[in-house]
Design a protein around this ligand. Structure first.
Ligand SMILES: Cc1cc2nc3c(=O)[nH]c(=O)nc-3n(C[C@H](O)[C@H](O)[C@H](O)COP(=O)(O)OP(=O)(O)OC[C@H]3O[C@@H](n4cnc5c(N)ncnc54)[C@H](O)[C@@H]3O)c2cc1C
Length: 382
């Protein structure tokens, strides 16, 4: 007889798989169920950037946990492409925030440096610095392959005795004595606790348990840019957005002669149906992205647009993820969802905290993340 709690995680994206690894490492019995394949939702459509160039102390603090786990998982074979992350500023006020961020990041153990005006060309020789006050650069940030991340974690979870079941859709759930019984496309599963890590589908999963969850699926697009010749330097992740101000244009090195670009839309977008949205990049978006790119980095050798795609950001009203129970009187029905455009970089800390809730009834390893609980004040329509 095994007395360790059995936790079912609904969703095998980055949030679900990171929850699973933290649970098996603490001896829990884990079953991850996904209606489709591992990382087939938003996680497999992301551009995988991980970084700490933020100005809000809480955002830096939670990333301290995430980056520690990413570093640990390198020993499992995860490749972190440390191309660096450059966030651009247009105003002196933003530069002041960047100066403060350098100090906050240093306290958290991260390297970063402020670049003023034309100094940006030291990092990106093709940069047009017109209209820019400068930027903040973290040399240790970069990108991971979210599919690889999920697959590595799935292998580890299975090696520890956990189950990761693909093409097994959760159709319903009910409370039974001491836990839950789930109806799935492959039969019934009983467990002590449930983690709803269903990304853009998380509201539908919550509704199966009679709960209301406000996660708005927002459609975002990414495009590859092919170059005629190698740049001769590595293009770091460049982001033209500070606390909602800027064009949202971002681009980074993918491989020699290839970049990936995205426009992180600032205005909130209408919600999409996660089962029926346009997964292609629209022509209009390609044109506006090309214009922004030409303006900021003119002269990229033979730049031409390649493959584009769209995916969903699972958004919350305050743009912070939900981690914890919706109903305080039901602490074993846990939400881990709503990570918006940061669900790769935040997945390790979200998984850590979701596991805390399942096994310890609260965020014991990161008490400050009590702020991520989907309370009635936070769990509202955007
Ligand atoms: C274009 C784009 C670029 C992005 N770039 C970045 C980036 O650079 N950095 C970053 O940090 N984030 C980025 N993101 C955001 C990131 O991809 C998401 O926040 C993250 O992937 C969300 O992960 P998740 O595990 O919550 O959801 P998902 O990956 O969508 O996983 C949810 C899973 O639940 C499953 N599921 C749903 N319903 C059921 C059910 N009833 N039964 C069983 N399974 C079910 C689904 O099949 C799915 O696999 C980007 C997103 C997009 C679209």
């Amino acid at each position: 007889m095994n007395n360790s709690p059995h936790v079912v995680i609904i969703g095998a994206g980055t949030l679900g798989m990171c929850s699973a690894i933290h649970l098996v490492e603490q001896g829990a019995r884990v079953t991850v169920l996904d209606a489709q394949a591992i990382a087939s939702g938003s996680s497999g459509r992301s551009v995988g950037v991980i970084g700490t160039q933020f100005t809000d102390p809480f955002q830096i603090e939670i990333r301290r946990h995430s980056m520690r786990h990413f570093r640990q998982w390198e020993s499992l074979g995860l490749k972190i492409n440390r191309i660096g992350y450059l966030r651009l500023a247009r105003t002196d006020a933003q530069m002041t925030l960047f100066d403060q961020s350098v100090k906050l990041q240093a306290d958290a153990g991260f390297r970063s440096k402020v670049y003023i005006g034309d100094e940006l060309l030291e990092l990106v020789p093709h940069m047009n610095p017109e209209g820019l006050a400068g930027g903040i650069f973290g040399p240790d940030d970069g990108f991971v392959d979210p599919y690889e991340l999920c697959m590595i974690l799935a292998e580890r979870v299975r090696a520890a005795g956990g189950i990761v079941k693909q093409f097994c859709k959760v159709l319903g759930g009910k409370r039974v004595a001491g836990g839950y019984q789930l109806d799935t496309s492959a039969g019934q599963v009983s467990c002590d606790a449930v983690i709803n890590a269903a990304g853009a589908w998380a509201p539908r999963v919550a509704a199966m348990f009679g709960q209301t969850l406000h996660v708005r699926p927002e459609r975002h697009e990414a495009i590859t840019i092919h170059l005629d010749q190698p740049l001769g330097y590595i293009m770091p992740m460049v982001m033209d957005l500070v606390n909602g101000e800027g064009t949202g244009l971002n681009f980074r090195h993918e491989k020699e002669g290839e970049l990936i670009a995205e426009v992180h839309k600032v205005a909130s977008l209408p919600p999409e149906d996660p089962d029926a949205y346009n997964e292609q990049c629209e022509e209009e978006s390609k044109v506006s992205l090309a214009e922004l790119l030409l303006e900021r980095v003119p002269g990229l050798p033979g730049a031409r647009l390649g493959r584009g795609w769209a995916g969903l950001y699972p958004m919350t009203a305050d743009s912070r993820p939900f981690v914890g129970p919706i109903n305080p009187s039901e602490p074993t029905l846990i939400t881990a969802a709503g990570a918006g455009g940061y669900g790769i970089q935040l997945s390790p800390v979200i998984g850590q905290v979701a596991a805390d809730w399942a096994l310890h009834g609260g965020p014991v390893s990161a008490p400050e993340t009590e702020r991520l609980v989907p309370t009635a004040e936070r769990n509202v329509a955007a």
